[in-house]
Write a protein that binds this ligand. Sequence first.
Ligand code: HEM
Length: 223
Amino acid sequence: MGRFYNSSIGKKFFVSITGLFLMMFLLVHLALNSLLMFDDSGELFNHAAHWMGTNPIMKVMEPVLGLGFVLHIIYALIVQIVNWTKRPVRYAKMDQKEASTWTSRNMIYLGAFVLIFLGIHLVNFFAVVKFGTPPPITIDGVEMHDSYTLVSGLFKTCVSIDVLYVLGSIFLGLHLKHGVWSSFQSIGLSNTIWRKRLEMVGSIYAIIIAVGFSIIPLYFLIF
Ligand code: HEM
């Protein structure tokens, strides 16, 4: 186990497992956030956000999610630094370009942009809900945070935030387009037949995430 953990394949394995876990989170997060656009009173979204924030399974998953992000970033950085130091990058640049895609060569930069976006996003919403004073509301006799007003208020009034969220979603989509099939490859679940299929699944997943997360700020900006 120690040898596997220290090998480059072992480190890529951890980047992939944590990446696949984060991809599942993103689908759940997008599904919940989509409710923002289906009920202008905000009750639907507030109910769902309240349920997510209070049920015991989600309370356990929150630190696991945080750990998933941290491990993904640390292992991805280690793999990248080892690649930089090992590879005679400059003279191999031409061959590399022929053998790889733009997204695969720029995963670390796309990831860094997504990380900056995520930091701003957590300050915008997560920190306000957890540590600040989010607007309160009572729905069906239950007091909860008015997360709908928090989110819609920011997206309606701050165009620069809308632009940031659209760009963040597009960069995230590009990161995921390569991330999906590459993760399956690194954990040994790909071959020449499945490679093409997984690339297709990755592209569809990336489009759903990029378009889905972009539509929400645009919806509030336009309507
Ligand atoms: C339109 C886009 C998005 C909206 C409206 C949105 C909304 C929110 C809200 C309201 C929260 C606070 C939840 C709470 O604690 O009650 C939150 C938390 C969070 N968001 Fe987003 N989000 C968006 C995009 C993203 C993206 C693209 C990512 C990943 C790159 C992301 C990652 C997270 C994480 C890690 C948390 C903290 C964990 C959690 O509370 O679930 N979000 N988001």
